[in-house]
Design a protein around this ligand. Structure first.
Ligand code: 0L1
Ligand code: MG
Length: 258
């Protein structure tokens, strides 16, 4: 298996907006480790093109989804500069394949965090603030169907992000019971509470630090932004959607799908 060729195939699918068959259809034995090798290659290609990481992301952070995929830890990926949309701005649907939106909490670190053994409590002590956020995921695989290797290789479906304009203190949002509602064109489409993310979104940042350490990738540097995982389920987007998410105590964010 040539990791470079697989990464190029996924980039080509993203750019052409033509989804591909799962890589595991051709290589059924591929595992998590190989998935991150392909993802690392994809990140190298994007970096050489001049793109910068603006955030880390954690995916599959709901215990129900983890059970469904038979995994004991979530997965992580990279959000690049070209993926960011402004709050209250527009998302061009023709740039994407079959996008879905989920509401998340993003952390901004005040200090470096390096595994192993990091806990959610330590994360909260080293956090500068939080942002309400949307993650728009868009699998490069046909019908949004994949196995674990495939989705890791595909940079965990990272596609677009929207961050709120104001940084809040961690105490301004209840990390275990904070409610989040997602409305499309005025109708409630999904809702959840913050404990949907590994019991507390801070645990997601801790897991990222521990996983990066275990994978020999060092620390999460001070100033990093981390999208911690969907509090709501992911909802399919269509042209004309006006998407608003309301977070208990920390306001609303929105975007329009054109
Ligand atoms: O939780 C997520 O950010 C999604 C990760 C990848 C799985 C998917 O595309 O549904
Ligand atoms: Mg997500």
């Amino acid at each position: 298996m040539n990791t470079r060729k697989l990464a190029e195939l996924l980039i080509e699918a993203e750019e052409s907006r033509l989804p591909v068959s799962c890589l595991t259809d051709s290589f059924p034995d591929l595992d998590v480790t190989m998935g991150y090798h392909v993802q690392d290659e994809l990140i190298n290609i994007r970096t050489h093109e001049g793109h910068e990481r603006i955030a880390f992301k954690m995916g599959i952070t709901s215990l129900a989804k983890m059970k469904q995929m038979n995994i004991s830890e979530p997965i992580y990926g990279t959000v690049f500069d070209y993926m960011q949309l402004p709050n209250k701005g527009e998302m061009a649907i023709e740039e994407l394949i079959h996008p879905k939106v989920e509401a998340e909490i993003a952390f901004i670190l005040a200090e470096d965090i390096e595994g192993p053994g990091i806990t959610g409590k330590e994360v909260l002590e080293k956090t500068a603030g939080i942002l309400p956020a949307f993650e728009i995921i868009d699998s490069r695989y046909k019908d949004f169907k994949f196995k674990l290797f495939d989705v890791i290789a595909d940079n965990t479906s990272a596609s677009r992000v929207v961050f709120g304009d104001t940084v809040f203190d961690t105490g301004q949002f209840d990390m275990e019971k904070g409610r989040v509602s997602l409305f499309i064109n005025g109708e409630l489409q999904a809702k959840g509470t913050s404990d949907a993310v590994l019991g507390n979104p801070a645990n997601s940042v801790a897991m990222l630090a521990n996983m990066l350490y275990a994978h020999g990738k060092g620390k999460i540097p001070k100033g990093s932004i981390i999208l911690t995982g969907g509090i709501t389920e992911a909802i399919r987007l269509t042209k004309g959607d006006h998407v608003i998410s309301a977070f208990d105590g920390i306001g609303e964010i929105s975007f329009f799908v054109r």
